[in-house]
Design a protein. Sequence first.
Length: 244
Amino acid sequence: MTTNASTETGGVMPWMEHLRELRKRLMIVAACFVIFTIVCFVLYPEILSFLRQPLCNADPKNCNFYVTSPLDGLSLRIRVAGYGSLFCTLPLFLFEMWRFITPGLKARERRYALPFVLASTALFVVGMVLAYFTFSHALKFLDTIGGSNLTAIYHPSDYLKLILTMMFAFGMAFEFPVILVALELAGLVTPKRLLSYWRIAVIGIFVIAAVFTPSGDPFSMLVLAIPLVAFYFLAIGIGKLLKK
């Protein structure tokens, strides 16, 4: 946004008014974050049970967590409430940012703004869901690769850190086609050039998926890489359609 951003009424928004508008939207997001945190704090048993399910799928006989400090339960509940609230607040944050920047966009840019926000949110959620259902396979791999002499005893903080990192990594990776389409619309790359580099792109996607898959198991790497390859060609097709 620039200081000369046009408002929805066609006027010019002064710098201080611009900051007040941003503050108002951030306060709305902050207030909702607090509300969602309280809700998630109350629903902590259900949320923890949901996040623990992949562990139970991987090892039904041993899917309990173990704590080593009297304060671990409280800190875990606060952490789960914060993570849950962050996830619930993300769509609202994207919507408020869209409302904030829309008045300063040109008509053509404004037409694409909402679809980009909706597509980004939807793809992020799909990526997280895919990681969630893949995580049990990742746990089985991590349990077996250490050998049969090891007995897994999971601390909830370490488990949550791994599953949430994996869900976040998949969610961010699924933003790949949105970024490619945005680059095409901005004229920084063309569908023709992207198509000519498809072999390099496919190899790069598999390498990046192998490096950034938190669990490090081959199954999760393939589950991440194959959709990204499909997204690469899908983004090329969308870019061609939008350029017509």
